[in-house]
Design a protein around this ligand. Structure first.
Ligand code: PRT
Length: 103
């Protein structure tokens, strides 16, 4: 099992946990807050990408990935759902897909 799979399983297991003892449970109970936190963490990752600091970008990317998974879980979207969508896209390049949308 990858670290991402373990993280997704931990997030799923936090549903209904005590928000006083779990940050994940607190966000799962408040989907709008989860979305807001993902937005903040994504912006922090963008800032480190522009600054070109690989260590800080790694840390902010981990924060963003965790908060992305929590935001999706708060709305019933699982890592398996996202992986299925990524798998569906494997047969087509991004540029092909963009061109098809403009036709
Ligand atoms: N990966 C993470 C993870 N990354 C970041 N965070 C938390 O996200 C919170 C947001 O941090 P910020 O500093 O951005 O926000 P803030 O604390 O509100 O501070 P300000 O920016 O407002 O000043 C912090 O409490 C971090 O600890 C995480 N909390 C949990 N996890 C994973 O989720 C598991 C379960 O955590 P709990 O649900 O808390 O038990 C953990 O074992 C980890 O594997």
């Amino acid at each position: 099992m990858s670290a991402l799979d373990r993280l997704a399983a931990t997030i799923a297991a936090r549903r209904g946990a005590d928000p006083a003892t779990s940050w994940t449970a607190r966000l799962l109970a408040d989907p709008d807050k989860a979305a807001e936190k993902f937005g903040e963490e994504a912006v922090e990752a963008v800032i480190e990408a522009v600054r070109a600091d690989p260590a800080k970008l790694t840390s902010e990317a981990a924060d963003a990935l965790y908060h992305l998974l929590v935001m999706c879980a708060a709305r019933g979207v699982t890592l398996a759902d996202i992986e299925a969508e990524l798998t569906r896209r494997e047969s087509r390049s991004g540029l092909e897909e963009k061109a098809a949308r403009r036709r």
